[in-house]
Design a protein around this ligand. Structure first.
Ligand code: MF3
Ligand code: CO
Ligand code: CO
Length: 280
């Protein structure tokens, strides 16, 4: 009996000991804004080059050079042993696709996920690009994934619950016949790449997040939406590439969000990319 109580108390203690999401002051926020703005510029720089015929490895090299020429640091390169600057996830690849020498082809959809460190602060965003012409099935999926990002952002209210983000995204995707990836989620970021709070894009049945959204928090929203099953599998050989279990298509968009006293601020908004309401 004693042992059991001890275990329960230890479990509770560990739960309470979970590091809390940092609350950023004005000076921190300026650092976060600069890092995300650069990340968005990098996305805009890559945008016109994402075309049939280019390889994802070429896009990776372009991203590396642009980043270091501007005096900044690619966050993914070497992160937990990741081998490249960007993640390039084509068609059934959900996330963490490693750039390779296969040229993009008409009909592909490809997500470019970029993370940069500027003066010690991280900015993280991704977009899925259509290599036109694409099948209607792919266009519709990309549209729903894009809209899910904004449905999630619109659910961010200062002093609201973090679970509302996942609730809104899951509902939006599900009624349209799409599934939401569960094993990978949004995350707090700042001086660290991945930190509290975790941001699920669905409502976990077990232990849903009790986190209250507070002004000064910074985290990503990055729903991965599938045409088929939500289940995923990790590539046995490279241990990075995540694919849908049924090899159905997957699409994702990501922004870094700063919660301010007046609501969510999209730090990674681009100048030339699709804006909320865009039709693919
Ligand atoms: N940018 C990804 C995210 O959105 C993380 C990539 S980690 C890497 O969180 F190691 F694969 F680069
Ligand atoms: Co990312
Ligand atoms: Co992220």
């Amino acid at each position: 009996m004693k042992g059991l109580w001890l275990n329960i108390m230890q479990a509770l203690g560990q739960k309470n000991a979970r590091p809390k999401a940092p609350i950023y002051n004005e000076q921190d926020r300026a650092g976060l804004r600069r890092a995300s703005r650069f990340n968005a510029q990098l996305m805009d720089f890559l945008r016109p080059q994402v075309k049939a015929g280019i390889t994802t490895l070429e896009l990776d090299r372009i991203a590396y050079e642009y980043t270091v020429e501007h005096g900044h640091t690619p966050a993914c390169l070497g992160y937990k042993g990741y081998p490249n600057t960007i993640c390039t996830s084509v068609n059934e690849v959900v996330c963490h696709g490693i750039p390779n020498k296969t040229p993009l082809r008409e009909g592909d959809i490809v997500n470019l996920d970029l993370t940069t460190i500027v003066d010690g602060w991280h900015g993280d965003s991704s977009e899925t690009f259509l290599i036109e012409p694409v099948a209607e099935e792919a266009r519709k999926l990309v549209q729903v994934a894009f809209d899910c990002l904004y449905v999630g952002i619109d659910a961010i209210h200062p002093y609201g619950k973090l679970t509302e983000i996942g609730r809104a995204i899951e509902r939006y995707a599900r009624v349209r016949g799409y599934s939401v990836v569960q094993e990978y989620q949004g995350h707090g970021l700042g001086r660290e790449f991945h930190q509290e709070p975790g941001v699920p894009h669905f409502v976990p049945k077990l232990n849903p997040s009790q986190v209250v959204i507070e002004p000064g928090m910074c985290f990503t929203v990055e729903p991965m939406i599938n045409t088929g099953t939500w289940r995923t599998m990790l590539d046995k050989h490279d241990k990075w590439t995540v694919r849908t279990m049924d090899l159905s298509l997957s699409a994702q968009f990501e922004h870094t969000i700063l919660v301010t006293e007046s609501g969510p601020e999209i730090l990674t908004a681009t100048e030339h990319g699709p804006k909320q309401g865009f039709q693919f």
